[in-house]
Design a binder for this molecule. Structure first.
Ligand SMILES: Cc1cc2nc3c(=O)[nH]c(=O)nc-3n(C[C@H](O)[C@H](O)[C@H](O)COP(=O)(O)O)c2cc1C
Length: 454
């Protein structure tokens, strides 16, 4: 299979992207490729101009098409999970859905929200409420964004581009994963607002080269994920038949045949148009192909990374530096001392250390320790009420992973936009019922913590 690989070697120079290499097509029914090829159109823009025209049409499917009917049946973020379970082969769905070991953290990530209840105010004029949120000098249209997810282009055709495009059109941030199969330059070309998340390569020379590449691509916000010194124990991936490298076998083939929309619309289409996907962004150079015996080795050498490596990045990275995966307030303080610009409190969606505390539980302590910089949070957020609870506990912003990954798989950019809109509507409706007109009014006074009975 590697014989048909035709993706050019990674090249950090943004303007060398050819239209062919950025070709981006949504899976949507009833949409022309031209309507949806924002990547092609924007790849030719210079770095100085805005990279996404926010007024550009996504090529929305005409009402009544199969895609729009499917999407209209999805009423909340959780609904995307069942739709993706049907759409994706078991190993691919299992990779997104899964967590670590006994699912203790991933379950607690949802349960924790039940400990809080709202205390609404009444007879407040909420007719002009707005959920716009300031973060890093920019005004976003919602207090939430898309968390980094690796290998997105395996579950959705050109997945990272789909996520970046939908986020740009909805004016929310999207963090591109360093474990992605699309070159970071393509995402930077598509959206001026995308952030980049890096997993640190093992040695300093590689770290410096990667950071330079990210800078040259034009990213302004760099997220360093620090909760993966060693890979989590994802037994569920093994049980679901998922591995990196992907090992083609009879089971995978059968799974593909029984999921033809994914097989033809994502997998074969990717192979035919772009060749075998490679890990494009773990290093300054191109990484291993996803179907390869060397992929595991690429990720194996992070155990020695420490605070000095973060300090090194702070010295060489001129943009905003955000650390993701903090759960301890002393770590938060150390990161602040090094000069990071923001923190994402996260247990990696329960995918790393099973039994790690849930971010909501430690959020107030971290905000207290590091309140001078924006403290963001992710893991388990699904509802507008969840987002508002985090804001009441001091978070500036919330990131969400799996549901947007499912949405990209099921409905491309249109699916992601649908998911964003559903959550935006929830936040707005909840704000109205809470009697608040801006996210700044979502304070601890609007919430009560129930006594713990465990
Ligand atoms: C399929 C998948 C891939 C992920 N890949 C990455 C990654 O490459 N880098 C990273 O920092 N976090 C990664 N994460 C963790 C997310 O960024 C985020 O912390 C988590 O998904 C939030 O929890 P939620 O899915 O419950 O919203 C991944 C999560 C999922 C579900």
């Amino acid at each position: 299979m590697t014989g048909i690989c035709c993706v050019p070697e990674a090249n950090p120079v943004r303007n060398e992207l050819s239209p062919a290499s950025t070709g981006f097509v949504n899976e949507g029914v009833g949409m022309s490729e031209r309507d949806l090829s924002l990547g092609t159109a924007t790849s030719q823009r210079s770095a100085a101009t805005p990279k996404v025209d926010p007024t550009a049409t996504l090529g929305r499917p005409k009402t009544g098409t199969r895609l729009s009917r499917r999407l209209n049946a999805l009423l909340c973020l959780q609904d995307f999970e069942a739709a993706a379970r049907r759409h994706l082969p078991r190993p691919i769905f299992g990779y997104i859905f899964g967590a670590a070991e006994d699912n203790v953290s991933v379950s607690e990530n949802r349960r924790v929200f039940d400990r809080y209840r709202f205390v609404p105010r009444v007879l407040v004029d909420v007719s002009k409420r707005s959920q716009q949120t300031r973060l890093f000098g920019k005004t976003y249209d919602a207090p939430f964004g898309i968390a980094p997810m690796g290998i997105s282009a395996l579950s959705a055709y050109r997945g990272d581009l789909v996520l970046a495009q939908a986020a740009a059109q909805s004016n929310i941030p999207m963090i591109m994963s360093g474990s992605s199969l699309i070159r970071l330059e393509e995402v930077a070309q598509l959206s001026a607002d995308a952030w980049f998340q890096a997993y640190l390569p093992g040695d300093e020379a590689d770290i410096v080269a990667l950071i330079k590449r990210v800078e040259q691509a034009g990213f302004e916000n760099l997220v360093i994920t620090v909760d993966t010194p060693v890979p989590g124990n994802r037994e569920n991936n093994v049980r679901a038949g998922f591995s990196t490298p992907l090992r083609p076998n009879l089971r995978l083939a059968l799974d593909g045949i029984t999921h033809p929309r994914w097989m033809f619309g994502t997998f074969l289409r990717t192979l035919l148009r772009h060749g075998v996907p490679h890990f494009e962004n773990n290093y300054a150079r191109r990484g291993a192909p996803i179907i390869s015996p060397t992929v595991e080795r690429d990720f194996a050498s992070r155990g020695h990374l420490n605070w000095q490596h973060l300090a090194l990045i702070r010295r060489i990275w001129p943009g905003r530096l955000i650390v993701k995966g903090i759960l301890d307030k002393d770590d938060a303080r150390l990161a602040c001392e090094i000069g990071v610009d923001g923190l994402i409190v996260s247990n990696h969606g329960g995918r790393q250390l099973d039994g790690a505390v849930t971010p909501l539980d430690v959020l107030p302590g971290i905000v207290e320790a590091c309140g001078s910089i924006p403290v963001m949070v992710d893991s388990g957020f699904r509802r507008g009420t969840d987002v508002l609870k985090a804001l009441a506990l001091g978070a500036r912003f919330v990131f969400i992973g799996r549901p947007f990954g499912y949405a990209a798989a099921v409905g491309g950019a249109e699916g992601v936009n649908h998911a964003i809109n559903l959550l935006k509507e929830e936040v707005s409706r909840d704000m109205g019922m809470l009697g608040i007109c801006s996210v700044d009014e979502m304070t601890a006074q609007r919430m009560q913590c129930l006594p713990r009975c465990d």
